[in-house]
Design a protein around this ligand. Structure first.
Ligand code: OOG
Ligand code: MG
Length: 262
């Protein structure tokens, strides 16, 4: 795959994000043979374009780490992408639906490490020993592809649909909780739309961060201390509409919420 094609595909997805205009997925006809390795090259180019535009990486995110997400999206392998500074939504804030294409939300458990983790042999135990805090979070995803329809390479090239992140401020030490049995409800306007427990994410959310460290090591990168890291949606994602009050409430980990307007 030559540099021109990588750039062309990154431009294609990046323009859709900037113009909030959905596009036909890459593998439909632009480049049906896009492999997972190539898709990460497109993602790297997209990330570089954002950095060149002055945006900053806040932290990495894992995706497709639960059965619920695999079933909903019809893809079946964990992937990673990046949350940028312009995607961060403060707890209690209001977002405009018009800033997105067709946004959805999913509840996630966030991690902050106090030391870097470098693969390839990182385990969940290593992650827990390196975790300073865990916190409640909501990810806003907004696939740039028509109808949220994509293959694994397509969604990797699209920075794993990253569009927004609400990081809760209720920080807890990891040893104060059993993250696999922490339950969560995702409610819209007071009605529970989805629910699950931490174990939905690769049996324990720490496995997801270990997987991230091991995947990043393939390109010589580490999971860095101090960054908020999203471990992946616990439940299927739920579509947003103007007027929504979105709340994710966790057992022992508090809650996080925000509003949606036109
Ligand atoms: C891809 C992003 C998946 C997660 O937590 O599973 C993701 C998508 O569903 O559009 O962020
Ligand atoms: Mg997610």
């Amino acid at each position: 795959m030559d540099k021109d094609l990588i750039k062309e595909l990154a431009d294609y997805v990046h323009n859709a994000e900037k113009e909030k205009q959905e596009i036909i997925k890459i593998t439909t006809e632009r480049y049906p043979e896009l492999s997972i390795e190539e898709a990460y090259l497109v993602q790297e180019e997209l990330v570089q374009q954002k950095l060149d535009a002055g945006y900053k990486i806040i932290g990495p995110k894992m995706g497709i780490t639960s059965e619920a997400k695999m079933k909903q999206m019809d893809v079946d392998d964990p992937i990673y992408g990046y949350v940028f500074d312009n995607m961060v939504v403060n707890e209690g804030d209001t977002i405009s639906i018009s800033d997105y294409i067709h946004p959805k939300v999913e509840p996630e458990i966030g991690f902050i490490l106090d030391r870097d983790l470098e693969g390839p042999n990182v385990t969940a135990l290593d992650v827990l020993r390196a975790t300073e805090y865990v916190f409640p979070a909501i990810e806003i995803i907004d696939s740039r592809y028509e109808n949220f329809n994509f293959t694994l390479p397509d969604v990797i090239a699209d920075n794993t649909s990253a569009a927004g992140a609400v990081f809760g401020t209720n920080l807890k030490r990891p040893e104060s909780l059993e993250l696999d049995v922490v339950g969560v409800t995702l409610s819209i306007n007071g009605k529970v739309e989805s629910l699950g427990a931490g174990a939905a994410v690769l049996e324990h959310p720490a496995n997801s961060i270990a997987r991230l460290a091991n995947m990043l090591s393939k390109k010589g990168e580490k999971v860095k201390a101090g960054q908020p890291i999203l471990s992946g949606g616990i439940t299927a994602a739920v579509r947003l509409a103007p007027g929504d009050f979105v709340n994710a409430k966790y057992g022992g980990l508090g809650d996080v919420s925000f509003f949606v307007k036109e």
